[in-house]
Design a protein around this ligand. Structure first.
Ligand SMILES: C[S@@+](CC[C@H](N)C(=O)[O-])C[C@H]1O[C@@H](n2cnc3c(N)ncnc32)[C@H](O)[C@@H]1O
Length: 222
């Protein structure tokens, strides 16, 4: 298996575990930011009465719903897809869909932050914080250096195969460290690398420039 395959095994498992910890802790509300083709609403054992909000672009949400319905898949929660741009106005859309600020939330931003300019990332963090009741959980993935990620041969090769220009999609403008920003907002944070996560599951994964550039932050609001 190549590096992307191994990465896409270790990282999603770590984020599954993030939700499982929140479920164990009694959380019944989750928001998956930039959900893409995420199927956790269908895969994980959510508590009764759990609402899972998936936020992404309308075309992405429609495509996934169509494919999963066609395959006979049913969500294991109250699934609430929200088609909105995460650079603007998403909190109001969440509110309109029934989001409850009095309940702790499990948030996930997997594969999202490099696509947001730094000011949109900062706005996103502040909104997550504003909407989070004590006991909320947050997990997020980011590159320590987006510019280095864009120059990485593996990233360039994958982009060429898909026929997309990653520099048009990702923002390499410098930004504050995510864990530090969350700590400033009062979250208790834990930083992990993909290599550490793979080792925790006894999976062999050797260091590469791409993997070493990725961090996962797991945060809890007390
Ligand atoms: C790399 S995919 C990650 C999908 C999923 N979270 C995962 O890890 O498999 C990035 C996702 O971000 C979404 N996205 C990027 N910018 C966005 C924005 N401004 N508003 C809403 N969604 C956005 C894209 O549509 C895409 O589904």
């Amino acid at each position: 298996m190549g590096v992307p395959g191994r990465l896409h095994g270790a990282a999603p498992r770590a984020f599954d575990d993030h939700f499982l910890r929140a479920i164990d802790g009694g959380v019944t509300q989750a928001v998956i930011l930039a959900s893409g083709l995420d199927t956790r609403a269908y895969r994980l054992g959510w508590r009764d009465g759990t609402a899972v909000y998936e936020i992404d672009q309308p075309g992405v949400l429609d495509f996934k719903l169509r494919v999963l319905r066609g395959a006979g898949a049913a969500p294991r929660c109250a699934l609430r897809p929200i088609a909105v741009d995460l650079r603007d106005g998403w909190a109001a859309a969440l509110d309109g869909a029934g989001f409850d600020t009095s309940r702790p939330t499990a948030w996930l931003a997997e594969g999202l932050l490099p696509f947001l300019p730094p000011d949109a990332e900062e706005h996103l963090l502040r909104e997550i914080h504003r909407l989070s009741a004590p006991g909320s959980h947050l997990a997020a993935e980011y590159f320590t250096d987006v510019r280095r990620a864009l120059e990485n041969p593996m990233m360039q090769q994958n982009a060429a195969i898909m026929g997309i220009q990653m520099t048009d999609l990702m923002s390499s403008a410098p930004r504050p460290g995510l864990a530090e920003r969350l700590a400033e907002l009062g979250w208790h944070t834990r930083l992990m690398t993909v290599l550490q996560e793979a080792a925790a599951h006894r999976r062999a994964l050797s260091s590469t420039a791409m993997l070493d550039n990725i961090r996962h932050v797991f945060a809890r609001l007390r």
